[in-house]
Structures are given as structure tokens and as C-alpha cells.
Write a protein that binds this ligand. Structure first.
Ligand code: MAN
Length: 484
């Protein structure tokens, strides 16, 4: 049967926590405890209450019997702290070394109370800073509690200031996060607009290409039409030569620039050209072949200008036939370029959507970590942590291995944003893939402070960030409450 609720206190050789609200709050609590203890001491034999905390005093009432704290035995109160062990749990001898499993409570006024094994009582070594464990006076123990308390309070206050600074920085980071978020949303909108523009352009381009292909097929059809043979190719070459702007059709101006009167090299009038082309409006290769080309072949009225004739390419591959495939090639290149741009934009949108769908904390206080990497050199390895992305380890010999890819926040329910889990890294030799757990600690700077590998290929990192400050403060508050 357990009659009391265990009160947790640090052992004397344990740190009470180097910082934060817990120790400060506890120190204040201890002052109250000690004041009450002093008052109680007026009424109770100090020998009997030696080594007992205030919370336990109610079980050590003088002039009554004593019930061992584990409920196993009742003994006369005289037998408490009489240097003889009666209770199995050692609770009758908190102030002597009689019981192997007994524990002695150091009040440590001015510092923090703690328990030591009662075997250390009067063993010639000062364990409690108030020297109360060496009460037989054979060993002189100066009271160092005040100094220790002052030192600890100074350290705590410094750390609390750092936490407050961290909180201030965190507020700025939240603000930064808000504008970063907005910026990313705008980027997404821009990219979506670009994508839609590219899609429209691409459709138009595809349509044009289809038309160009059809035109090309028609040209090729003309060139390859039965009975036309090499003549068709020559017609196409001349056509290409006359078609100055290479738009696949001949205007009056273009004909006037390249065709002259057979007799006197005179320039042709507009009417003459219109008549030669079989009517008004630009003539494509097909129409040219049926009209002007025939006149040129007949060599009765008109001829190609002398300077143009010298420019003609090899007989089997005239400008028109060359122009058409090269235009087609250009079209294809443009199409490919556009398709690539479309794919790149789609990928960028995908990445951005992924970034925007990530959980960056309740106020997006961790968003500023996105896209950043933090390094730490530990022995022969350089570790690199890129939050929300990946972790790597690069050895001094140059090989870099993945220690995991970002998976999720892995903190406990009450502090979900206190840990990050990275999984599925490079496989460990004869083992599973490497994993990394990152703990986030309040700091006035953002830095990777510690890397350990407690189990092979399972890494633990500590990242300092102002964004973790509040949750740390919360954790400490909770700690205080569980202690009191
Ligand atoms: C490399 C490093 C170490 C790891 C071993 C496992 O040396 O990644 O961190 O423990 O491989 O074989």
C-alpha cells in the first residue's frame, strides 16, 4: 500500500535544469518550503525530522507510532532515525545511514533541495550544499547554497533574457513568413498565368504547324506531280527565288523585282504582272506553276532577270524546296521549345504547390527555414540540414550520403513542432535506410548545433531557432506544474 504520492525532486548531483522558468519557479517555491520548515522545526525534534522534506513531515508525527511509508510495518516513533533500520523501504531512517535503500533530503536553503542516498549521511563527504548530511560534525561542510543559488539565478536570468530575445525574433520571423507566404502565392498565380499563356500559344502554334505541314505537303505534291519531274523542282526554285519575303506567295512587287520583258529587259507594269499571274492577288507556287512559270518556260514575252539567274541554287534543291523544310524545322524547334517551357512551368508550379502545402507551424513561424540549409562539421563529416527537404553527410574523402528526406513533424501531441523526421536516406551497410530526427531548440540564432549518431545510421540533430522559443517556454511551464 502506498500512502503518499511520490514527489519528484532532482538528485543532488543532477542539474536542476540549466535554464528557464522551472528552476526559477522552484527556487521561489523552495524559499516558501524552507520558511515553513523553519516554523515546523519549532515544534518537532530536529533529530527526528532530519532528512525529511516538508511534504513528508506529516508522516513523521512525534509521540505517535510510525507507519513505514510503504505501509509494511508500524514501529514506535522512538525508532525513527535511531540508526537502526526497521522499515523495508528505509523510511524510518532518512537521517542516518542505517538503511541501504534510505534517502536523505537536503533542504539546501537558497539553492534547490534534493535527495541523496542515506548511506552518504555522515560519510565525511559534503553532499548537500547546506552541509546537513554531515550532521555529526566530524566533517566541516561550509554552506555553499547561497553562492550556488546566486550563480544559478544569474545563469537562469541570462537564459530567460535569451528566450525573450528569441521570442522577439520569432515575432519578426512570423512577419517575414507572412510576406514570404504572400510572395509564394503571387509566384504561383504568375506561374499559372504563364502556363495558361503558354498553353494558348502552343495550341496556336500546333494549329499553324498543321497548316504549314499541309502547305508543305501541297508543295511537295506539286513538285512530285507526274510528268512534272525536274521541271517542277525548277519552278519551285524560281518561285522561291522570286518570293523575296519567303511567305510562300508572289506579289506584283516581287514579280516586278525578278521578271523583265524578254526583248528589252524593261520592267513589267502591274497590269502585265497581274495578267501573267492569271489575276489579282498573291500567287502561291501552284498558281505560279500554272501561269507565270509557263510564260517563262515558253520564253516568248518575259524572262528572269540576269542577276537573279546567277543566284539560283543547285538544280535539284531550289530555294522554295529548301525554304519549306527549313521553315518546318524552325517550326518544330519552336514547338519543342514551347513544350519544354510548358513542362518547366508545370514542374515549377508542382514544386511551389508542394512548398505551399507544407505545415510551417501554427503561425508559419518555420516558413523562413524553407529553402535554407545549415551545416555542422563533426569529426570527418560535414552534416547539412535543409529543413523541409533533406539531410546529408559528406565525409572528408568527398562522398556524400543522404541521411533522409523530409517526412513530417514528429513532436509529441502537445508540441508537434518540436521535432522533424527525415526518412529513407541512403541504406546503411547491411542495414535499413538512414534516418534523422531533428529537435528544435529555442535560440537567438538559427544554427545546427549538435549532431549525434547514437545508433548506427540513426542520426539526431539539434537545430537552434527563435521559432522554437515559445514552445520551450510552454514546456518549462508544464515542467514546473508537474514538479509542484
Ligand atoms: C558511414 C557513415 C557513418 C555510418 C556508417 C555505417 O561511415 O555514414 O555515419 O555509421 O557509414 O556503415
Amino acid at each position: 500500500m502506498v500512502l503518499f504520492k511520490e514527489v519528484l525532486l532532482p538528485k543532488c548531483n543532477e542539474s536542476g535544469g540549466s535554464s528557464g522558468y522551472l528552476p526559477l519557479a522552484l527556487i521561489m517555491q523552495y524559499h516558501i518550503v524552507v520558511a515553513v520548515a523553519i516554523c515546523s522545526a519549532v515544534f518537532v525534534d530536529s533529530r527526528k525530522i532530519r532528512g525529511i522534506s516538508l511534504a513528508y513531515r506529516k508522516f513523521y508525527k512525534e509521540k505517535k507510532t510510525f507507519l513505514c511509508l510503504d505501509g509494511s510495518k508500524i514501529i514506535p516513533f522512538d525508532q525513527v532515525n535511531d540508526d537502526y533500520c526497521d522499515c523495508l523501504d528505509g523510511s524510518d531512517e532518512p537521517g542516518t545511514a542505517a538503511c541501504l535503500n534510505g534517502r536523505f533530503y537536503c533542504t539546501n536553503l537558497g539553492f534547490r533541495p534534493c535527495y541523496i542516498q542515506s548511506s552518504r549521511v555522515n560519510d565525511g563527504i559534503c553532499d548537500c550544499c547546506d552541509g546537513s548530511d554531515e550532521h555529526d560534525k566530524r566533517t566541516r561542510c561550509p554552506n555553499t547554497c547561497r553562492n550556488l543559488g546566486q550563480q544559478e539565478r544569474a545563469a537562469l536570468e541570462a537564459e530567460m533574457r535569451a528566450v525573450d530575445d528569441g521570442m522577439h525574433l520569432k515575432r519578426q520571423l512570423i512577419k517575414e513568413g507572412v510576406s514570404m507566404w504572400q510572395e509564394k502565392q503571387n509566384q504561383l498565380k504568375d506561374l499559372q498565368r504563364i502556363l495558361s499563356g503558354l498553353q494558348t500559344k502552343l495550341e496556336a502554334h500546333r494549329k499553324r504547324k498543321l497548316e504549314a505541314d499541309a502547305h508543305q505537303a501541297k508543295v511537295m505534291g506539286v513538285l512530285k506531280s507526274p510528268g512534272d519531274g525536274a521541271g517542277g523542282k525548277t519552278a519551285a526554285r524560281i518561285f522561291g527565288q522570286l518570293d523575296i519575303n519567303k511567305d510562300g506567295s508572289l506579289t506584283v512587287d516581287e514579280v516586278q523585282a525578278g521578271v523583265v520583258n524578254l526583248q528589252d529587259d524593261r520592267s513589267l507594269t502591274e497590269e502585265e504582272v497581274t495578267a501573267l499571274l492569271g489575276g489579282p492577288g498573291p500567287a502561291d507556287l501552284f498558281r505560279f506553276q500554272q501561269t507565270l512559270w509557263r510564260s517563262l518556260q515558253a520564253a516568248k514575252k518575259v524572262k528572269i532577270k540576269a542577276d537573279l539567274r546567277g543566284d539560283l541554287g543547285p538544280p535539284n534543291e531550289g530555294p522554295a524546296t529548301r525554304a519549306a523544310p527549313s521553315a518546318a524545322r524552325q517550326g518544330e524547334a519552336n514547338l519543342k521549345e514551347m513544350e519544354e517551357a510548358l513542362e518547366t512551368t508545370r514542374a515549377e508550379i508542382g514544386n511551389l504547390e508542394k512548398v505551399l502545402s507544407t505545415d510551417y507551424g501554427s503561425s508559419r513561424e518555420f516558413l523562413y527555414l524553407q529553402g535554407q540549409c545549415f551545416q555542422l562539421v563533426v569529426y570527418e563529416y560535414t552534416y547539412s540540414l535543409c529543413p523541409f527537404s533533406h539531410v546529408t553527410q559528406k565525409s572528408s574523402t568527398g562522398a556524400e550520403v543522404s541521411l533522409g528526406k523530409w517526412r513530417y513533424w514528429a513532436g509529441p501531441q502537445e508540441h508537434p513542432y518540436s521535432r522533424m523526421e527525415f526518412e529513407d536516406g541512403a541504406p546503411c551497410w547491411q542495414g535499413p535506410p538512414r534516418t534523422t530526427l531533428v529537435t528544435l531548440t529555442c535560440g537567438t540564432e538559427t544554427a545546427l548545433k549538435r549532431v549525434r549518431e547514437p545508433t548506427k545510421c540513426q542520426y539526431i540533430m539539434e537545430l537552434w531557432t527563435p521559432s522554437a522559443c515559445e514552445q520551450q517556454r510552454e514546456a518549462r511551464r508544464r515542467g514546473v506544474h508537474s514538479e509542484l
